[in-house]
Design a protein around this ligand. Structure first.
Ligand code: 5GP
Length: 179
């Protein structure tokens, strides 16, 4: 059994959530089993432990990106910074608004979260339209950081997000695709 298949077997698909017609890919079964959680985290840690791939800092996207990103950063012995939905961060922030299917969303980052020239690994659980990860990339770049790669457990390639992110010059590392 490959690592990818093992992880795939621990993603739960919930039909019609949060809205009719949506097939939500629920990653919580990957977290709740100690063995699966370790295989999951190690898949990322292994890649970024390599000296040529080592980031200076991990940035996690609200909210499931915090779970993954914080543990990966801890294992790499580097720092973690959160990119949060608007209104949650107490210090001065930069913010970025992006379009959703219905309406828009705004994410924020503390202005001292990264330094100019930092090599940042940007992590979330899943890439759909890519809007969330693109907004995170823009925030980090506005502070002068270099986003060396975007990483996620799941890519939904049919929504075109990963293609758009790659076109913008962002390297991507994902473990699984779902049609
Ligand atoms: P995007 O901005 O790429 O359209 O959507 C990705 C964001 O929405 C991520 O932060 C992700 O957590 C959340 N998301 C959208 N669809 C799903 C899904 O099916 N499963 C999970 N786990 N997250 C999703």
């Amino acid at each position: 059994l490959s690592v990818n298949q093992y992880l795939r077997d621990h993603i739960r698909t919930v039909p019609d959530w949060p809205a009719p017609g949506v097939q939500f890919r629920d990653i919580t079964p990957l977290l709740q089993d100690a063995k699966v959680f370790r295989v999951l985290i190690d898949a990322f840690v292994h890649r970024y432990m390599d000296p040529s791939m080592r980031p200076d800092v991990v940035a996690g996207l609200d909210a499931r990106g915090f779970i993954l990103g914080a543990v990966v950063a801890y294992e790499l012995n580097i720092g973690f910074v959160p990119i949060r939905k608007k209104g949650k961060l107490p210090f001065t922030t930069v913010e970025e608004t992006y379009e959703l299917e219905y309406g828009s969303a705004t994410v924020e980052l503390h202005t001292d979260a990264v330094k100019a020239g930092d090599r940042v690994l940007l992590i979330d659980d899943l890439i759909a339209t890519g809007g969330t990860m693109m907004a995170g990339k823009k925030l980090l770049e506005r502070l002068g950081a270099h986003v060396m790669e975007g990483a996620a457990i799941v890519d939904l390639p049919e929504l075109g997000g990963s293609a758009r992110l790659k076109e913008s010059g962002l390297a991507l590392f994902t473990l699984l695709d779902f049609a």
